[in-house]
Ligand binder design. Structure first.
Ligand SMILES: Nc1ncnc2c1ncn2[C@@H]1O[C@H](COP(=O)(O)OP(=O)(O)OP(=O)(O)O)[C@@H](O)[C@H]1O
Length: 517
């Protein structure tokens, strides 16, 4: 995962490599400084390129108040290495393109250009050193990116968001880009199934979470599926109504900031959850939901006129009406102690931060195995399919008053809901949340409010477990005869008037389930 560099309180002009002696320090300093025209210098600092230029003062002053009022501007500018997209030397001209933050949630390509004063080979090696800092050893430069655009994703602006906010960043970073628009539902599955995975480093989906879901499933259908899944990274350029993948992996739901995160991103392994239903098999990267969340997301089609408020409305109607989704649930539990789950999470984060600080490159042996074509088939499922007998590791329970069944592999499910606060992308487990449908209404609302800061796990009424596998068999809910009319009214009010089947949301995509009597 890419990280925004932290500008700590160290002197930004210090070289991170340190210096042994004063003479050594002076030599290092001179290596890191490039003298350019207009009496300016460009210095490689700890985390940023420092531009020291008297001219900046006048330019900034001019930008204020139409330049009529003399003002003192700064003469230095720090460009974090993370934001540096490319640097090149042509003749005696140095040009550095970078991503300039243009607001809290956007960036755009900007550049600086100077004529070099020192005409020796120093400038060339300085540029190399700048690029090494902009792209540490674990970060691939000039990524080859296959971009898939869902023209109907979100509110239909994916093409515009791509052209305005993303394409210029990929171009400035010298990425090789090939763009294809999806023509219909399922098209991304087909593209991922047939593409030459050796020709690309990344498949970037300008869409909601639906396209990455299709891409994973397309890659998983191939011969040598494991090789394909490991070879090419899947990323999201957030252009949909659900952009959880980008929130979790790029740390943003802004298309331009996500573009920068992809340019600077490193590959990380991520678990996929295999789901079998009848004879079908799907792979999920994000979440599966049965009950209130799934029904509010997918069972509110008749309320589309409400826009995105239909989801909130759907949840409120179902929560306040204490709607039940009874089911039999069998689970292979890894850990059901919330305190231990949180401790294990903290430890895992510390370990991953150490690895990130060391800028570890991908394990060479892993790379060899990929290229030599070993371990390329998807392994058989450890706990079998839904058509097999239950493995002895499963614990089965009846949940007659289940309200919400939610399983996740990533923390954020939307910008204001960190539902799975301890989810780790590749620990071989998923976080399972079960909430009783008869929870007092005030508690239900409290639970909704606590999702924003990841507090769901701390609510005593919420069952939160790390699990390895589960099986859910939803049942028909038959309210007592005197309450049936009210239940039908609530169903209509919640947007699921004519719905007969149960719904399971896999990464936000709908699958129907037969309800067992
Ligand atoms: N050209 C197209 N026409 C119709 N549907 C398409 C097209 N391209 C992709 N799709 C489908 O659109 C669905 C939703 O895609 P996506 O996740 O990108 O958008 P979204 O707005 O976040 O979706 P949702 O409203 O379902 O959350 C996917 O299932 C995908 O297969």
């Amino acid at each position: 995962m890419p990280s925004t560099p932290i500008l700590n309180n160290a002197n930004p002009f210090d070289d991170p490599a340190g210096s042994g002696s004063e003479a050594g320090a002076a030599e290092l300093d001179s290596h890191n400084v490039l003298s350019v025209d207009r009496n300016a210098t460009l210095t490689l600092g700890t985390d940023a390129l420092i531009v020291l230029d008297e001219g900046l003062r006048h330019r900034r002053a001019a930008a204020n108040c139409c330049g009529l009022v003399p003002q003192l501007g700064k003469t230095t500018r720090a460009i974090p290495f993370y934001n540096v997209l490319w640097a090149e030397l042509k003749e005696f001209d140095v040009t550095i393109h970078y991503a300039l933050n243009t607001g809290k949630k956007s960036c755009a390509v900007a550049y600086i250009n100077y004529n070099i004063v020192d005409k020796s080979l120093h400038a060339k090696s300085w540029i190399d050193r700048l690029l090494q800092r902009a792209y540490p050893p674990n970060t691939k430069r000039r990524k080859r990116i296959k971009v898939l655009i869902n023209p109907f994703g979100g509110q239909g602006y994916a093409q515009k968001l791509w052209t305005r906010g993303v394409e210029p960043i990929f171009a400035a970073a010298h990425c090789e880009v090939e763009v294809e628009k999806t023509a219909c539902r399922g098209h991304a599955v087909e593209i991922a199934e047939k593409m030459n995975v050796d020709a690309y480093d990344v498949i970037a989906c300008a869409s909601g979470d639906g396209l990455p879901y299709e891409v994973f499933n397309g890659l998983a259908r191939r011969e040598n599926a494991v090789r394909a899944l490991k070879k090419v990274a899947v990323a999201q350029i957030p252009c949909g109504s659900g952009n959880a993948m980008s929130l979790n992996l790029n740390g943003t739901d802004s298309p331009s900031l996500a573009a920068l995160a992809i340019v600077k991103g490193i590959r990380i392994p991520m678990d996929l959850v295999a789901i079998t239903q009848g004879s079908n098999k799907y792979y999920s990267f994000l979440s599966q939901a049965v009950g209130i969340i799934a029904e509010s997301d997918l069972g509110t089609e008749s309320l589309r006129w409400m826009g995105s408020f239909r989801f909130t409305w759907g949840i409120l109607v179902r929560l306040l009406g204490q709607t039940l989704y009874p089911a039999e649930v069998s689970v292979v539990v890894e850990n059901d102690d919330k305190h231990a789950i949180k401790e294990a999470y903290r430890h895992a984060i510390q370990v991953s931060e150490v690895a990130r600080a060391k800028q570890l490159t991908q394990d060479d042996r892993e790379e060899d195995r990929l290229l030599n074509g070993q371990d390329n088939d998807i392994p058989t499922l450890r706990y079998g399919t839904v058509q097999d007998n239950l493995h002895s590791d499963f614990q089965t329970g009846d949940m007659p008053t289940l309200g919400n069944f939610y399983v996740g592999n990533m923390c954020w499910v939307s910008p204001d809901a960190a539902f799975f606060a301890t989810a780790l992308p590749s620990d071989g487990k998923v976080d399972m949340v079960n909430i009783d449908g008869l929870l007092p209404r005030s508690k239900s609302l409290q639970m909704l409010a606590s999702a924003g800061d990841g507090g769901v796990i701390d609510l005593p009424e919420v069952s939160y477990r790390k699990v390895r596998a589960y099986r859910i068999t939803p049942r028909v809910h038959q309210p007592p005869s005197q309450k049936r009319l009210r239940a039908k009214f609530r169903q209509w009010l919640g947007g699921a008037g004519k719905q007969k089947e149960g719904l399971i949301a896999i990464d936000g995509e709908a699958q129907c389930m037969n309800l067992v009597a």
